[in-house]
Design a protein around this ligand. Structure first.
Ligand SMILES: *Cc1c(COP(=O)(O)O)cnc(C)c1O
Length: 383
């Protein structure tokens, strides 16, 4: 079976786990703090602004909670987003208001976002589809002018940049995911970035029960009398990561440039192998100054062909998929009229693009796709 996503773990990750075992410190501790500092340096933001959590979803829920929406408040979310984007808004007591996307890039344009802003807009949540930065610069600018906080979901975009600046650092809050299907994985895990230092301290408290001081994780509570007393201003949850997963994360982060180099090669190979397949649209080229993390390789074709091609490839043990089933079609999230999102959902298919694919596997996927597409599209066009 050729998977569409899969983890890339090896001896170095295993050694990092063994070292953590030997230290007998498996909860949040020095390895978690080190991973936060390394990831912050990678993004180009202060270490204190980065919090290692048990998932990106926890980060999205916490981000919404930090902004404190009230009943009737709205958070703008692309319908072409992950279910946790809308769940976090709804669970936080606000209403998700869905914006449309460009059907070619599956990212919203600044006018898609601007169209749905209103007097009750409490925040904008922006996803970087498949790692492509999208219109983040203009959207961040729009949010700043209107005084609306921007939450970036950079789950798929660990290395993406615009003019050398990392995606995730344009807004006020951001998350990255280390789920088992992402480019780098810790099994489960995520990072939350909080730009404002006071808000970052509050996020740290809310990520661990609301307790004021997490230093007891890394050092003994020196000097404090009755260090077991509780100091709590508001209730929190239990969302933090641990040193087992952080140890894996440090190794994966060091390997990330190599992972993305391989993914870029695979995308280039698909471009070369598939550019002349009639009726097939390859990923739109990125704007100047943008780089992607190459998480998705998304091709497009007419709807009935897309579904039949996916089934035919599955029969040949090649797994393809589509992300993300539109959120505005989910009844509990409420409806909207979003033609770009609907078109993208009808036509888009993601090919296997993970870094462990061999050149032969990439060729096999491309050949199978060409055969399946041309059988359905080329005679119809000729005749
Ligand atoms: C995977 C993903 C998430 C969720 O990440 P978890 O770490 O599994 O919670 C959120 N947003 C997007 C866009 C994702 O692809």
């Amino acid at each position: 079976m050729i998977n569409v996503f899969q983890p890339d773990l090896g001896q170095a990750e295993l050694a990092a786990i063994a070292e953590t075992f030997a230290s007998n410190w498996v909860g949040y501790g020095p390895r978690s703090a080190r991973f936060e500092a390394e990831f912050a340096a990678h993004v180009g933001v202060p270490a204190e602004s980065m919090i290692f959590l048990n998932s990106a979803t926890s980060g999205l829920f916490l981000a919404v909670d930090l902004l404190g929406p009230g009943p009737g408040d709205e958070v703008v979310v692309p319908s072409q987003g992950f279910v946790a984007n809308a769940n976090a808004v709804l669970a936080g007591g606000a209403r998700p208001v869905f914006c449309d996307v460009d059907p070619r890039t599956l990212n919203p344009t600044v006018s898609d976002v601007e169209r749905v802003l209103g007097p009750r807009t409490k925040a904008v949540m922006l996803l970087h589809y498949g790692g492509a930065p999208g219109d983040v610069v203009a959207i961040a600018d729009l949010c700043r002018r209107r005084g609306i906080p921007l939450i970036e979901d950079a789950a798929c975009a660990p290395v993406s940049t615009v003019d050398g600046r990392r995606v995730g650092s344009f807004g006020d809050l951001a998350v990255w995911s280390f789920d088992s299907r992402k480019i780098i994985t810790t099994g489960d895990g995520g990072m939350l970035y909080v730009r404002d230092p006071d808000l970052a301290r509050r996020a740290n408290r809310l990520a661990y029960h609301g307790l004021q001081d997490r230093s007891s994780f890394t050092t003994a509570a020196k000097g404090a009398r009755r260090w077991w007393d509780l100091h709590l201003d508001e209730p929190g949850r239990r969302l933090i990561g641990n040193d087992m997963t952080a140890a894996i994360g440090s190794v994966q982060l060091a390997r990330l440039p190599g992972f993305v180099r391989r993914r870029r090669q695979i995308a280039q190979a698909y471009d070369d192998l598939l550019h002349d397949v009639g009726g097939l649209r390859l990923p739109a080229p990125l704007p100047a100054g943008h780089t992607t993390s190459h998480y998705f390789y998304a091709v497009q074709m007419p709807e009935p062909v897309r579904d039949a091609v996916a089934e035919e490839l599955l029969g040949q043990h090649i797994y393809t998929t589509f992300r993300y089933a539109p959120l505005h079609r989910v009844p509990i999230f409420g409806g909207a009229d979003l033609p770009g999102t609907d078109e993208a959902a009808r036509t888009t298919l993601l090919l296997p693009a993970h870094q462990s694919l061999s050149d032969a596997e990439v060729r096999r996927v491309a050949e199978a796709l060409r055969t399946a597409v041309e059988r359905r599209l080329v005679p119809a066009r000729a005749g």
